[in-house]
Design a protein. Structure first.
Length: 279
């Protein structure tokens, strides 16, 4: 039997690639903004009660970390109230729910962070994503991802394509040398999710890359992989770069103790695949 998955965020960077890669084995029903307003409870219940699905995969979120601090009301409506509206309707029909979360639920002071680590977000975006986790945690699967990049359509700019473009234009980059990120190849997220969808269990999983490095080193790798000028990349520190705007984890080193079902690529491996796809 083919699984039927209702999916929010299907046009985004990660969601669009998940659908493209898995649509031959999973029947997706995208929940588009013009069809359903997740912040409106009546809209959600009316729409979801009119379609057939086995699992709802919830990727849609307000993800602009900096703007979330100014647009708190909108961020809360989408990330918390929207999640609650979807989850309560799904639970009412005894269907399954998968919530896509983020490494930003951690404060970045005591890495590495695995599935058992205690969240303590430092910015409003991370706070609302954690509140979303709290809404669904008793009867859902929570999947945390970090710094997704990869072979999505060219118009879906991830951080790799963005840095590559700036270097191609000869622009200088100021990158942080004393922070850590965990870049995750989007195809690995998709195939890891395929396993989790087909072996659903209401618990927390991390689907994250196998290489942790600084933002500065990640930019160097991108430049070297695409044969761009590394001298354009300058170093700075986390505190100097963000000054008093410390709303994201400094050491975002996130790992998985549970992922024994899909090998997650290193950043270098993912970049090599991207290079072959782009060039």
């Amino acid at each position: 039997m083919v699984l039927k998955i209702a999916i929010t965020g299907s046009t985004g960077l990660v969601g669009s690639r998940i659908v493209a890669l898995l649509q031959d084995t999973i029947q997706f029903r995208p929940l588009l903004q013009e069809e359903i307003d997740i912040t409106d409870r009546d809209s959600v219940w009316k729409f979801l009660n009119g379609i057939q699905y086995d699992i709802l995969l919830h990727l849609a979120a307000y993800t602009n970390v900096d703007k979330a601090e100014q647009e708190r009301k909108l961020t809360y409506r989408i990330n918390v109230e929207g999640t609650r509206n979807l989850f309560e309707c799904v639970a009412n029909r005894n269907k399954k729910f998968i919530y896509i979360s983020t490494d930003f639920v951690f404060d970045g002071t005591n890495p590495p962070y695995d599935e058992t680590s205690r969240p303590n977000p430092v910015g409003y975006y991370g706070q609302t994503k954690f509140e979303g986790e709290e809404v669904v945690k008793n009867n859902s699967m929570i999947v945390r991802i970090a710094y997704p990049y990869g072979n999505s359509p060219a118009e879906k700019k991830d951080f790799v394509r963005s840095l590559k473009y700036l270097l191609e234009q000869g622009r200088k980059l100021t990158m942080i040398e004393d922070s850590l990120i965990t870049p995750t190849y989007i195809d690995d997220i998709a195939f890891g999710l395929e396993h989790l969808i087909k072996h659903f269990s209401p618990e927390i999983f991390h689907l994250v890359g196998s290489q942790v490095l600084s933002s500065f080193d990640s930019a160097l790798l991108i430049a070297k992989m695409f044969q761009l000028d590394t001298s354009l990349i300058e170093k700075t520190t986390f505190e100097k770069y963000y000054k008093n705007n410390l709303i994201r984890p400094k050491l975002s080193h996130i790992v998985s103790k549970k992922n024994n079902f899909h090998r997650m690529r290193s950043f270098a491996e993912g970049l090599a695949i991207m290079k072959n796809m782009i060039l």
